[in-house]
Design a protein around this ligand. Structure first.
Ligand code: ACO
Length: 338
């Protein structure tokens, strides 16, 4: 049981900001651990016991990150009972964009016909959704925008080395989207984001940027694929997500007893178990779907929230704690009253 954090209630704000529509899109192709056994020297048993993952989705050749994003976004806009033209701003979180530039959110805007929306992308890796919520809240509270579409979309299968068993078994493709708008009650009760850039080299795509531009050598050496020091990332994820959970609770003026559902980033079941044990939250309050999709980075949190609501694990009036950690390192946490 972690010590109860000091209660520092946020000053009362005039506008409540919440989620008025959610959507998700998972490519139909399923890749199981048994399929992976045919590609690399691994086993279903190793993957399940070390990560909790049984299968993941893989986009088809014709699909791009912006397609996954647009599909999830259409559902979120429909569930919010809006039209694409009602969207004022699109924020897309991804580490696997269609191209280095232009922003993938611009491709999504065109696919949706969201003609009135401004667009930008953010790179906050697995914490993308919590960063987006935090940004959207500022725009809505300031009165600048009303309906903000936030999307997490990843096509990691095109960026992992399918010969590297230490990474390729972990990731999957997918997208989630949410429409953020003023709400009458509840909504985002607190949020907290942070970063530690001194650990950036532990998880990255080494080449393709200004440090190591693409060349014949970078391709031969596989430097455009995701590289990760798994053990170090694991230890940092547990420590940081534990602290971040306490921060979000403290900023909302709540304790673990007030929380109905916890939605942690879905990277590895062992990270989730270690975090909830340290935070002092019973396992039955925690939503997990990592077994079906693996780690979808920025898409994981929105897809998990979407499924938790759909399955009735998050109901009207419930308080939901979300917490995430990813490459950068960056992290975020928030409490939402549904
Ligand atoms: N199948 C079989 N054996 C494997 C595999 C595999 N797929 N991968 C690694 N191994 C082997 C290793 O080679 C090593 O063998 P050795 O002891 O002979 O050297 C052994 O298994 C143990 O390897 P470890 O790396 O110590 O395994 P660990 O228990 O740490 O699990 C893992 C590795 C799953 C990657 C874990 O460290 C992890 O989950 N890290 C965090 C990942 C994460 O949370 N990322 C979040 C951010 S992602 C983002 O921001 C995009």
């Amino acid at each position: 049981m972690t010590p109860k954090p000091k209660i520092t209630k946020k000053p009362k704000k005039s506008i409540n900001v919440g989620i008025i529509g959610l959507g998700a899109y998972l490519p139909s192709k399923v890749m199981t651990n048994l399929d992976l056994e045919k590609l690399v020297d691994t086993s279903d048993e190793w993957i399940r016991t070390r990560t909790g993952i049984s299968e993941r989705r893989i986009a088809c050749k014709e699909e791009m990150t912006s397609d996954l994003a647009a599909n999830a976004a259409r559902m979120a806009i429909k569930n919010a009972k809006l039209e694409p033209a009602d969207i004022d701003l699109i924020i897309l979180a991804t580490i696997t964009p269609d191209m280095l530039f232009p922003a993938t959110s611009c491709f999504v805007q065109a696919k949706l016909g969201a003609v009135n929306a401004a667009c930008f992308d953010i790179n906050a890796a697995c914490s993308g959704f919590i960063h987006e919520l935090t940004i959207a809240q500022q725009f809505i509270e300031s009165g600048m925008y009303k309906n903000i579409l936030v999307i997490g979309a990843e096509l990691l299968s095109r960026f992992v080395d399918w010969k590297d068993r230490s990474t390729c078994v972990l990731f999957g493709d997918g997208a989630g989207a949410a429409v953020i708008a003023p709400v009458k009650r509840g909504g985002l009760l607190s949020s907290y984001i942070g970063a530690d850039g001194t650990k950036s080299r532990l998880l990255m795509f080494p080449a393709g940027g200004s440090v190591t531009p693409a060349s014949h050598e970078t391709v031969t050496q596989g430097l455009h694929f995701l590289k990760m020091e798994g053990n170090e990332v694991f230890k940092n994820a547990v420590r940081v997500m534990t602290n971040a959970s306490a921060q979000a609770l403290s900023r909302a003026g709540l304790t673990t007893e007030d929380i109905d559902c916890v939605i942690p980033h879905q990277a590895n079941i062992r990270i989730i178990e270690a975090v909830i044990q340290r935070v002092g939250i019973p396992a039955e309050k925690v939503f997990v779907n990592v077994e079906k999709y693996g780690n979808m980075s920025a898409a994981s949190a929105i897809v998990a929230l979407f499924e938790a609501v759909k399955e009735g694990r998050v109901k009207k009036g419930d308080k939901v704690l979300m917490v995430a950690f990813g490459s950068g390192f960056v992290w975020g946490s928030c409490v939402i009253e549904w």
